[in-house]
Design a protein around this ligand. Sequence first.
Ligand code: GDP
Length: 535
Amino acid sequence: MSEQVFSFVEEVNRRRSFAIISHPDAGKTTLTEKLLLYGGAIRLAGSVKSRRASKHAVSDWMEIEKQRGISVTSSVLQFNYGGHCINILDTPGHQDFSEDTYRTLMAADSAVMVIDCAKGVEDQTKKLFHVCKMRGIPIFTFVNKLDRAGKDPFELMEEIEKVLGIQSYPMNWPIGTDGNFKGVYNRKKKQIEVFGEGNHGQSVAKVISGDVSDEKLKGLLGDSLHDQLIEEIELLDMAGDDFDLEKILAGELTPVFFGSAMTNFGVQPFLEGFLNLTPPPAARNSNHGMIDPKTENFTGFVFKIQANMNPTHRDRIAFIRICSGKFEKGMQVNHVQENKKIRLSQPQQFLAQDRVVVETAYPGDIIGVHDPGIFKIGDSLCEDGSGVQYEGIPVFAPEHFTKIYAKNSLKRKQFLKGINQLSEEGSIQVFRRPHIGVEELIVGVVGALQFEVLEYRLKNEYGVDVVMEKLPYRYIRWVEVPEFDPDNFGVTMDTLIVEDEEERPVLLFQNEWSIERVKERNKDAVLRDISLRKA
Ligand code: GDP
């Protein structure tokens, strides 16, 4: 079979780039694996399993990094399905590495939220959902594990609306719950889709579909399930939110699909329904206004940096989201922030589990380029001299803080180098006490396990043993006032005033009560829990 040739515009239009978000164990990895299976990218499901191991312990995370020389934190899985070129922006499974997921969402055009039907909307789902909401990208919901006992589907819909504050529209409706999952009713096609017994989800599920009144399907389901379905369809049509594509695209209404990633039931209806609705790469905001992905000028931005992905080479990879134009291997581009010309010579893409060198790539794609230490998160690249610079990538609120020193003060130079590089990767945030200076460093992370990774990496990659003294702070706020004067800013006894790496004033709090007191005492100050990196 010869490969189909697409024009540049067709290449852009057929791209669908999204991230899957979920609370750990809801089934993100399993769903990713099944999407690859349907896309023909893997023959038998199970190949993504090695990634799954990565989330259980830090030691696994590091072992895998070491042995396989690839990043298990997040990369991109690309495959074709139904004429679309799909990029799944993979994210780490463990919630302590969720900052990585936050940043990856900056590069995605839509998100799929996986919910465990027995657990409903969980904590981590809420946090990740808010990042999607902030970006205004479309959010699709896959209610998973329908093969098992779970909450009532109507109750789940209500929970999504109440807890997340987003309207929902079920695209399909489960037939048979609590261990008796037989199929789904497709509301758009108004047809029943009954799944055939598969080989434990290892290959695609067979589907028999037909009209609601089809006697054969009725027989397959049995009278009571069929009657229940008819009742529920009526109820949905009467009581639910209306389908509204504009709201979906604005992230105000989430299309909901029911299924079971493990058995493959509902995976294909989801994939097809999702691809029908999820948009191709959209225009992105920059200092030159909105940039259309179909403009010829190649542009993109760095959303993730991962050092030492391959320990034998000590390389550092910058992940670039392409926003416009065609990328070609070896092309010369301007690094906008540094105002420097650079050649992108070893661009890589991550197909399922392999790294390959890419020759060409299009808007919506992610490429990894070798970074000799010139990139920072949020940096923009631009083919011509116009200096297009995309909006900065937010710095998310760390929730754990520690003081940190090198055990051996002679290693201070190495220590600072390591801290600096890891901070550029975005895996830690560094703060200083004003007037105390560099002697006392405070590091903040989103998830506590990141401290262990920090300690491990400083020792293994920079040869520095460190001492950490955990601090009691849990909340961070960036302060915005016309003139910040630390001596006259009213804070509570247990609040610490620090500066971030860009010398912006930051407050560390132990409890929410103190945040409220500080707000009351400083009416002219705005306290933010997310800050933009300076462009
Ligand atoms: P992740 O943490 O969100 O990536 O979740 P995983 O995909 O690793 O799944 C967590 C656990 O749930 C694993 O044991 C899966 O086998 C199981 N699981 C995933 N999908 C389903 C499903 O549809 N039904 C059932 N019964 N179990 C599932």
